[in-house]
Design a protein around this ligand. Structure first.
Ligand code: TXA
Ligand code: MG
Length: 310
């Protein structure tokens, strides 16, 4: 059910869960001051309680009110990339933020999304938590229709059009006096170097029982189809290829184009819709052309495809 901006704000203040658009993916929003609604977010998504949520804000002041100490570089990063696809994990005063949002950690993740409709909602309601608006383990939703496929036609969605970025935000944490990346995302690693004065280390491998980013423990972004990632599709191959419009593939293959091969932004924006389309068409196996550069946004795309292929 499509709702207006004012209806979305009203539902949130009445302890309801609403799907809101962001520039990365759609989010399942609940006000941070309504613990029942937060519980419902976990239940609706069938999300493990050990996986904490990102707090979304519409002003820097809302972060200052909730965070404990603001790490060196916080101001520079937030000035440079907010509103935008960067999430920062910060130490918080634990009494200010419900346990369930943090999954018991002494930190919380913050982001100011770059979507005017949602910023307008948040300026009426205050901060909300927003995990991606998909059932846990499914590809994230990048259109209102995707949200409705997972949560039903009666679920309230604020329609902000298709998401411009199409992959989730890049998450950074400050530890040992430096910022490092704990989830690759819509802002490439290289883009942080100018602002930080160094290229942040990427630390995305689950490390034992206490990963830095708990989300890494869980299955992600996966369609039912088996994805075969390869730099070269064998000439005798048949079936669907997720590939590029300007490249040629074996005769018996059917190309589902992600984008032109020079456009990682467009490939990211189409990725989850294509993964969902595989399921909609009951496809059990597909080839994926991963013959692209190991840099910039391509790195994020490769990581999402690897996760989707497991
Ligand atoms: O682009 C995005 O970030 C989207 C849109 C809706 O804003 N949201 C999103 O949320 O991707 P979600 O819940 O699907 O992913 C949040 C990730 C999880 O991997 C979680 O483990 C991590 O953020 N996270 C949250 N709080 C954390 C914390 N305190 N420390 C480390 N990781 C944290
Ligand atoms: Mg998610």
């Amino acid at each position: 059910m499509r709702v207006t901006l004012n209806q979305a704000a009203e539902l949130l203040t009445k302890s309801q869960v609403v799907a809101l658009p962001t520039e990365t993916v759609y989010g399942l929003a609940a006000s941070i001051s309504h613990e029942k609604a937060i519980e419902q977010v976990f239940a609706l998504k069938r999300r493990p309680l050990a996986n904490p949520l990102i707090i979304h804000v519409s002003s820097h002041g809302q972060v200052h009110a909730l965070a404990d100490t603001l790490a060196t570089g916080f101001d520079r990063l937030s000035e440079a990339f907010w509103p935008g696809s960067m999430t920062l994990v910060l130490p918080v005063a634990v009494d200010k933020i419900p346990y369930s949002i943090r999954a018991g950690l002494p930190t919380a993740a913050f982001r100011m999304p770059a979507h005017q409709l949602t910023l307008d909602v948040l300026s009426l309601t205050g901060p909300v938590v927003m995990p991606s608006a998909n059932l846990s383990g499914k590809p994230s939703a990048t259109t209102p229709t995707h949200v409705e496929m997972d949560f039903g036609l009666n679920f309230p969605v604020l329609d902000g059009g298709p998401c411009e970025k199409g992959v989730e935000s890049t998450i950074l944490i400050f530890r040992n006096q430096t910022w490092s990346i704990i989830r690759l995302g819509a802002i490439p690693v290289e883009d942080f170097a100018d602002v930080l004065g160094y290229t942040p280390e990427v630390n995305i491998k689950p490390a034992g029982l206490n990963p830095i980013c708990p989300g890494q423990l869980f299955r992600h972004y996966a369609p039912k189809a088996k994805l075969i990632l390869t730099k070269e599709i064998p000439p005798e191959a048949t079936g669907i290829v997720l590939g590029f419009a300007d490249k040629s593939y074996p005769d018996k293959c059917d190309l589902w184009s992600m984008s032109h091969s020079s456009n990682p932004q467009a490939a990211s924006a189409s990725l989850y819709a294509l993964l969902r389309k595989l399921d909609e068409n009951n496809i059990t196996e597909a080839w994926v052309d991963i013959n692209f550069p190991e840099e910039g946004l391509w790195t994020t795309l490769a990581e999402r495809l690897h996760k989707a292929s497991h």
